[in-house]
Design a protein around this ligand. Structure first.
Ligand SMILES: Nc1nc2c(c(=O)[nH]1)N[C@H]1C(S)=C(S)[C@@H](COP(=O)(O)OP(=O)(O)OC[C@H]3O[C@@H](n4cnc5c(=O)[nH]c(N)nc54)[C@H](O)[C@@H]3O)O[C@H]1N2
Ligand SMILES: Nc1nc2c(c(=O)[nH]1)N[C@H]1C(S)=C(S)[C@@H](COP(=O)(O)OP(=O)(O)OC[C@H]3O[C@@H](n4cnc5c(=O)[nH]c(N)nc54)[C@H](O)[C@@H]3O)O[C@H]1N2
Ligand SMILES: [Mo]
Length: 768
């Protein structure tokens, strides 16, 4: 049989990516992955757990990338973290291991319970595990003592019973990875356009005349998007990147599908324009673009879509007045870009009849993230770039089903309609008040008000701020339950009852009493589609996420406390039951789930309608909302410099090429961050020559990084090597999760409470 493996991605050097894929398989002894790769993102196949970028609407033989291959290879590894492994490795010893070593121990194989006397996890029977968790939950003095965290990897069929479990238990304490990620996007879009999701589909990339990419590194994090950008570039679409780091992968892309590009190493230009905005400077830069557009209109340019503004929007006058009062001088100072540069960006925008704006963590993980995205909405509204082909706003989500989890109710701020739907279908009254988000949960764990933590996937404490303190505090919890595929650091800090429950991964066959099951997920463009694993499970003792969640719920809420309307076992046995229930709850809360079970069988699933895409504005005013926003005076960096002096630098924590969030991959050849050229170490800081000169430091020198934190707590990461790089003066860049211990939970986005992972005030001192 022929597998025509032609890759989508291949930034900066086609062969490197092909080679990277081969290495992914080799380095994990992951031969089963070879069988999985051709099924990735194909109808009837497996949804790639790598990212949430939409699948190709066209019939393409291959729709996966190098990074997806790494994700799959790591899931399909032959290595196993067995009960014998745990018996031989007390947690105190495991805590000294690096992230990639924990990951490298392989797949979990059996349910485990922490034993304090031996400081090890010991195997336990599934039923006993469920009973213990249920007992500990029922012993809490109030349902609000528990938090139910979710990482955005789980399917709709796992997420729906999970949120039902939390609410039937009596709490909306459902922090999720979205709190760490695109929360600011959802909020900014929700208030302005009435829907917190992308208005763009993958087809739109074929019609755009300009694409603006803000704060995103797709060569590493959404490689399949680069294929779309490359095609757009080849047909003459202008692509402009706003990014403080000069990212090689955004500038050129050698497509492995193109033999010429692969062999010559000569790529297609991606970003024709590159704007090196300073970290946190996007609000000023976009404000400047709006200002330039308004000035062009005043000069008689007829650049505004007056008809659209009149018919579809509200708030234009206030917005325009706010923008006009901002001086160019302020805009230049805050953005780090010159007026000429901003006018050039505006000219690209004005010349385009259909513009897409995409963004990722470079915009969302900032104090003024919501305002920044609202200003981007303003810019797009000026020329009617929402709700027409080839145009729109696109937050590019991270986890492969983070959007779907939200759609089926995983959130600490549920909509009234959703709760009413639950009440109607299941006959109980869910709690109405909002629950804890991720940072509130962290604070609750640290101040002792949270007593139990459940995690449906993820690496909660390592993904969030102040890792060492949070991990320490987690050991004081009454209960920790982690549903996971692989070991990570959060698991090494169990509560009094500490359970580690291993689950099937997406690529594995899922047999239940009701027969072989598949699950469904929603991508960043709101396509809901099926995903069916085919590989043999890593261990016979694994259970599916839906099974584990429904059994935990049944044991906790069974017996006299049972809610008669909820049949947990039915949902665990046959996931079509869950889909039918989602359809019923959604019928009055979320549009588009009609005939879920029939339509999920269609080859590419179905699209959940996006009201803003249809210019139907579900906002308070019934119109798309312009926002009047002034450039802020009170900022994290301003406050830190006032307190700690002018040597304070702004640290943005980013991903290297060889990692998936907190999962660090070990490449046997030492490659760490291919496009940025980093090998053999992750303990680097990217810094400009100007900053080093000013601080009396030099490239290659080792420094200690100290937090200049508002709460006065000393936080330090020692022994980082300075790498001279093309970044703005005053900004430094390094990798998470290693640098996360520098981040105080007090540094968050206003309104969304997303940690300001890209705006961390630090001081550098020569290493001690
Ligand atoms: N292989 C792989 N794929 C992934 C992931 C992974 O870890 N590995 N993670 C997944 C997840 S959950 C997510 S959310 C996405 C993340 O995808 P990205 O958002 O692309 O990831 P980051 O590395 O956080 O990169 C952010 C980019 O923002 C830039 N940046 C930093 N500060 C600023 C700023 O102030 N303004 C602007 N304009 N840019 C800034 C950085 O230079 C960097 O290029 O990727 C998803 N896909
Ligand atoms: N400093 C800093 N911190 C950040 C960010 C940043 O840019 N800078 N980015 C943030 C962002 S955008 C995000 S989304 C969060 C991510 O936060 P999380 O989603 O909590 O973290 P992950 O690293 O994706 O979780 C990895 C773990 O998930 C488990 N896992 C993997 N696959 C599966 C599966 O199929 N099922 C189950 N049940 N478990 C599985 C494994 O045990 C693995 O160790 O991190 C955030 N943290
Ligand atoms: Mo994310």
């Amino acid at each position: 049989m022929q597998h025509p493996i032609r890759f989508y991605d291949k930034p900066a050097g086609g062969l490197g990516s092909l080679n990277g894929t081969a290495k992914a398989l080799r380095s994990n002894s992951a031969l089963p992955a070879l069988r999985v790769l051709p099924q990735l993102n194909q109808p009837g196949g497996v949804d790639c757990p790598g990212c949430a970028y939409p699948d190709s609407p066209k019939d393409k033989a291959v729709d996966f990338c190098e990074q997806g291959a790494w994700a799959i290879a790591h899931e399909s590894t032959a290595r196993r973290a067995t009960p014998e492994f745990f018996a031989a490795n007390p947690l105190a010893a495991l805590r000294t291991r690096a992230e990639w070593e924990l990951e490298g121990f392989g797949r979990l194989t059996a349910p485990m319970l922490y034993d304090g006397a031996s400081d090890t996890y010991r195997e336990i029977e599934w039923q006993a595990a469920f009973k213990l968790a249920a007992g500990a939950l029922r012993a809490l003095d109030a349902p609000g003592r528990a938090v139910f965290y979710a990482s955005g990897r789980s399917s709709n069929e796992a997420a729906f019973p999970y949120q039902l479990f939390a609410r039937a238990f009596g709490t909306n304490n459902m922090p999720d990875s979205s709190n760490y990620c695109h929360e600011s996007s959802g909020m900014a879009l929700g208030t302005t356009l009435g829907v917190g999701k992308s208005t763009v589909t993958r087809e739109d990339f074929e019609h755009a005349e300009a694409i603006f990419v803000f704060g995103q590194n797709p060569a590493t994090n959404h490689p399949r998007m680069l294929g779309d950008l490359r095609e757009a570039s080849l047909r003459g679409c202008r692509i402009a990147a706003f990014n403080p780091m000069l990212e090689p992968g955004l500038r050129g892309f050698a497509d492995p599908q193109s033999l010429v590009e692969t062999l010559t190493g000569r790529g297609t230009r991606i970003a024709s324009e590159y704007f090196q905005v300073r970290v946190g400077g996007d609000l000023a830069a976009i404000t400047g673009m709006c200002k330039a557009v308004l000035e062009a209109e005043e000069a008689g340019g007829k650049v505004l879509d007056r008809d659209f503004i009149a018919r579809h929007t509200t708030g234009f006058e206030d917005f325009a007045a706010a923008v006009q009062t901002q001086s160019w001088q302020q805009v230049e100072q805050d953005s780090g870009l010159s007026r000429e540069q901003i006018e050039k960006a505006a000219a690209i925008y004005i010349a385009s009849r259909a513009t897409i704006a995409t963004w990722c963590m470079g915009l969302t993980q900032h104090e003024y993230a919501i305002e920044t995205i609202q200003m981007l909405v303003n810019l797009m509204l000026l020329r009617g770039n929402v709700g027409k082909p080839g145009a729109g706003l696109m937050p590019v989500r991270g986890h492969s089903n983070v959007q779907g989890d939200r759609t089926v109710g995983v959130t600490n701020r549920p909509k009234k309609e959703w709760l009413e739907g639950l009440e109607r279908v299941f006959g109980f009254t869910p709690p109405a008040q909002n629950g804890l988000d991720a940072v509130a949960a962290i604070n609750g764990i640290m101040d002792g008000s949270v007593h139990a933590f459940l995690g449906l996937g993820g690496n909660f404490a390592v993904a969030g701020p102040d890792t060492p303190r949070v991990l320490q505090a987690m050991q004081g919890l009454q209960l920790t339950v982690h549903i996971a595929t692989k070991l990570n650091r959060t698991h090494l800090h169990p509560g009094r009852v500490g359970l580690l429950l291993p689950c099937l991964s997406r690529t594995e066959r899922d047999e239940q009493e009701g027969g072989r099951q598949f699950v469904s997920v929603e991508d960043t463009a709101s396509m809901v589609h099926a995903s069916a694993g085919r590989s043999d499970p890593a261990s016979a003792k694994l259970r599916s996420e839906p099974h584990i969640v429904t059994e935990l719920a049944r044991h906790t809420l069974g017996g006299a406390a049972a809610i008669p309307g909820i049949d947990w076992q039915a949902m665990g046995r046959d996931y079509s039951v869950t889909r039918a229930l989602i359809e019923q709850v959604a019928s009055t809360a979320v549009a588009g789930f009609e005939k879920y079970n029939d339509r999920i069988a269609q080859p590419r699933g179905f699209h959940l309608p996006n009201s803003a895409r249809n210019r139907d504005w579900k906002t308070a005013s019934g119109k798309a909302q312009f926002s009047a926003i002034a450039l802020p005076q009170d900022t994290i960096m301003g406050r830190a410099r006032a307190a700690f002096g002018d040597d304070v630098l702004c640290l943005a924590t980013v991903r290297a090429h060889r990692q998936y969030n907190t999962t660090v991959y070990r490449d046997t050849t030492g490659e760490v961050d291919r496009y940025r050229g980093v090998h053999h170490t992750r303990k680097v800081l990217f810094i400009s020559a100007g900053t080093m000169a000013r601080l009396g430091l030099r490239g290659g020198q080792l420094v200690d990084v100290h937090a200049a934190a508002p709460d006065g707590i000393a936080r330090k990461c020692a022994g980082y090597q300075l790498v001279q790089y093309d970044v703005p003066d005053g900004d430094v860049f390094g990798y998470f999760p290693e640098l996360t211990p520098l981040i105080s939970p007090a540094l968050v986005a206003r309104g969304s409470a997303t940690p300001a992972f890209k705006e961390v005030p630090v001081l550098l001192k020569p290493a001690e």
